[in-house]
Design a protein around this ligand. Sequence first.
Ligand code: FES
Ligand code: FE2
Length: 446
Amino acid sequence: MLRKVKKILKDYSEYRKDYESAFSLFDKNLDVDLIVTVYDKSGEILKTTSKNIDFKFHIDNGNVIKVDGLLKELNYYDYLVNFLHKIASAKFNKKVSKYLADNGFENIHKVNPTIQELTEYILTVRKGVSYFQGSLMSSIVYHLFKKKDFFYNEMEPNIRYHLPITYMTRENKKYAEKRLSTGQATVHGPHIDSWFWHPYNTINVWAAIGKITKHNGLWVMPNTIGIAPKYNEKKHIEKDEYINHDNVYVTELQQGDAIIFSSELYHSSVVNETDISRLIISMRMTLDRPNFFNTSEYLYDYRKVTFQDSPLPEIEKISRKLSKRVPGVIPFGIGTNNENKVKASELVIKAEEDRIFVRKGLVIEGYAHEIGENIILIGYQDKYYAFNRFCPHAGADLSSGGYIDEGNLICPWHLLSIDLNGNSKCGKLKKYNVDIIKSTLVIHKK
Ligand code: FES
Ligand SMILES: [Fe+2]
């Protein structure tokens, strides 16, 4: 059996030792009982411990499960951090690797690595991590899902390293996306994973290596299995779709915490507005045979992992099976009937060359409304604000779910905060003057 593992790893001799020693971390006898919090579309619904909940039930129901201290309690956290240091000392000069050892990986941008150095680093870490991630996932399936026969592991885990947005210049972004693909060092737009050819019965495990705040992590919309919005060829949601952020879970995690959710839930990276780099490991598995849609352009490498009496699980390469998109998974609009979406034709009384007149009474507090001519309007605390319709970060349509939180306009894609003067960490959003004349708002286009 060990021979089989070695065969799979024949290309990876450099890290074979790490891989084998990592598998020895998977301890079937650990007494695992972690604090878990379950979120559904109404917010937190359950706080309990991992021994007392059925993970599969909650995943199948589209809930998001937060597990406190997952990497630490399963004994992988130190292993992973040591591994990151080992690679850092090989890839960066002595001064940088010492700085990282003293200050943590979340401060990497403060020593200004070049994007080339950083990319090389991520590529090497990613390659190395892929050799012991199977062990970590085995432990998760065994101890949390309490499935003790087999599962299917995706052999391509990701290390996602997002520098603060102010460090990510256009050139750096271009370079990182070319070498690493989108989402590794730059943000993903809102999506479900089967848009990107993942099996539709996949479960995502997204674990924090560094601390994650609401302004550098991920948002996930619970209970959206089968109701993803329409998307275009760029895998962006269509313009007439709406993202209702009332129901969204946004990560806030300590080092070692993780969230687990169905990859068919609508989710997105959050743009990193903090001054710390965000470092996470994300990985996927299926409890049953992976089901790919027959539109899949790329088939991810899933291996069947069977638990045995010996310490190392058996890993078997499987053939892939394609399915048709099944009814119920055909995308239709999230929030199509959303009450916060009032049509421009209802709001606008008339549009002149320089001005747009809007019915004040129809403006819903705290939500961005489209009023035509690429202008949005927001009412907040009896004041009204008009802006350009497209986000300065990556051009999201702010009228498709932009909302006010803590006095800022939040973009529905990656949650960029834009203040009500139009300033943001990604540049300025054009602002227009608004006058209130009795029950009418007058927006001055120039
Ligand atoms: S925050 Fe990314 S497009 Fe708006
Ligand atoms: Fe994803």
